[in-house]
Design a protein around this ligand. Structure first.
Ligand SMILES: [Zn+2]
Length: 308
């Protein structure tokens, strides 16, 4: 959906309510008492669903990312549109301005809630097939006083370590026989350090164990065979700039440009949320205008997790 379609479909609060009600009814409404999805009746005046079995009431926003928010559905829907409108993303100040929000903090929290939806959606998938892996070192915002006592250079305390993995199963054109590298899904996660324990933890949570993993010859990767079907080490990250680790290196370079261009420096606390937005858009890079439609469905999908 582009901006013209959005204005046409969601001109006001009522149109957003109707969309949300219809979508939730179609998907089935969860009753916390019955612990299931019994038939629910809709009460349009008070805007809640009532369970036909135990009569428990469920509000329109309950169980979605919008639960316990005072913002109107129209503001939320417009926020989904803005978050999916550009590949690069908005700065928080620009987002606040575009939505006409009074407080910066409201915009900040809204953006991070939407990023968490994106992260949660992507966490449903495991990478499989041929998978490239490397780490990125990202400059993080540190208080000036703390900064003066820190070391410089790669792996220093001024930098956060980000694990980056990408599916890259080569596809052969059946007619010409030409091989091209096809990149699929990406995963980006903040690591607490670059030890083999942290790398193994990342792989366990994000990569299917039947995969073939490609990495450079870093020592932290020594024991990965025990958790991945096959582990192939390629020479060095420099040699593979246009080869085996091409997709992760392209993603890392784009990530750095993106963080620098829009957010300047990101504090470690929120870095994962920025990574989630970056990866969500990267994974849906061919979706175009459909990104909004997907995001809105991910956001109103029954939601258990709570954000602070
Ligand atoms: Zn019930």
């Amino acid at each position: 959906m582009n901006i013209i379609d959005f204005i046409h479909h969601f001109p006001n609060e009522e149109s957003c309510e109707i969309f949300l009600k219809d979508y939730r009814q179609k998907a089935g409404i969860y009753c916390k008492t019955c612990k299931g999805f019994p038939k629910h009746y809709w009460f349009s005046g008070r805007k809640f669903f009532e369970c036909s079995v135990c009569r428990r009431r469920t509000s329109l926003k309950a169980g979605t990312v919008m639960e316990s928010s005072n913002l109107s559905l129209h503001t939320w829907f417009t926020a989904f549109l803005l978050m999916s409108a550009t590949k690069k993303g908005f700065s928080c100040l620009e987002f606040q301005r575009q939505l006409g929000l009074k407080r910066y903090q409201t915009a900040f929290s809204l953006m991070h809630k939407i990023r968490a939806v994106m992260g949660k959606r992507d966490s449903l998938y495991l990478l499989k097939g041929m998978v490239e892996y490397d780490e990125a070192y990202v400059e993080k915002a540190t208080r000036k006083r703390v900064q003066e006592n820190l070391k410089r250079g790669k792996g220093s305390q001024k930098q956060a370590i980000v694990a980056v993995a990408s599916e890259s199963t080569p596809l052969e054109d059946p007619e010409s026989g030409k091989k091209g590298s096809h990149c699929g899904f990406f995963k980006l996660k903040v690591l607490k350090d670059a030890t083999s324990d942290s790398v193994e933890q990342f792989l366990e949570n994000n990569v299917d164990s039947s995969s073939v993993l490609f990495t450079d010859k870093n020592t932290a990767y020594v024991d990965l065979e025990k958790m991945i079907e096959e582990h192939i080490k390629v020479k060095s990250s420099k040699d593979s700039a246009n080869g085996t680790l091409n997709w992760v290196h392209t993603a890392i370079s784009n990530l750095k440009k993106n963080l620098l261009g829009i957010y300047h420096m990101v504090s470690e606390k929120y870095l994962q949320n920025y990574l989630d937005e970056f990866a969500y858009k990267l994974n849906r890079r061919y979706f175009g205008e459909k990104l909004f439609d997907r995001l809105i469905i991910a956001a109103v999908y029954p939601y258990v997790q709570h954000y602070e």
